[in-house]
Design a protein around this ligand. Structure first.
Ligand SMILES: [Zn+2]
Length: 124
């Protein structure tokens, strides 16, 4: 597999550029603000059930990097973070949910503990 980071970073390209984080795989340049980059890492998909229908989740590392970050606001809007998008039959169920790295780890740990509890009960 070629190293996409070595490829030319053409204007308007969505390929990772030389200043991208190592996890960046898709990197569109938004029109606003000028000089911004939208870093996106590898997407991992999973599905669940909400009681009525299958819900598809996509998890990825992300960072909307702007030349002059806004002051204030949510930390996940200014720093690399983890995004979770949910959809049903390809239709988004709202805006992506952003987690700080610490909260993403907390959620992953909670999911693993809940799965372990179910596994343990089923093995009794
Ligand atoms: Zn990037």
């Amino acid at each position: 597999m070629p190293d996409l980071r070595d490829m030319t970073d053409e204007p308007g390209s969505s390929r990772p550029g030389p200043n991208c984080p190592s996890w960046c795989e898709h990197c569109p340049e938004p029109l606003d603000p000028p000089g911004a980059r939208s870093h996106n890492g590898r997407v991992v998909a999973a599905s669940g059930w909400d009681g009525f229908q299958e819900v598809n989740l996509e998890v990825k590392p992300a960072h909307f990097e702007v030349p002059r970050p806004r002051q204030g606001g949510r930390p996940e809007d200014r720093e690399p973070h983890v995004e979770v998008e949910s959809s049903v039959l390809g239709d988004p169920l709202g805006d992506p949910v952003s987690f700080t790295v610490a909260n993403a780890r907390r959620l992953a740990h909670a999911l693993a503990m809940a799965a372990d509890a179910v596994d343990h009960e089923q093995q009794r």
